[in-house]
Design a protein around this ligand. Structure first.
Ligand SMILES: [Zn+2]
Length: 50
């Protein structure tokens, strides 16, 4: 599960151009687009904290 760094929505999907993955993810809510690593995986970050 990925979380949008802008609006914290988990409603994201892979960006595809002409049927191929670009390696980026898009937030469905705010349309923010960035590399997949910038969409933090929920839970992973919290695990690091403790
Ligand atoms: Zn967003």
């Amino acid at each position: 599960m990925y979380t949008c760094p802008k609006c914290s929505s988990t409603d994201t999907y892979k960006e595809r151009i002409n049927g191929s993955d670009t390696g980026d993810r898009i937030c469905k809510i705010c349309k923010y687009t960035t590399s997949a690593v910038s969409f933090k995986e929920k839970g992973k970050e919290e695990a690091k904290e403790s």
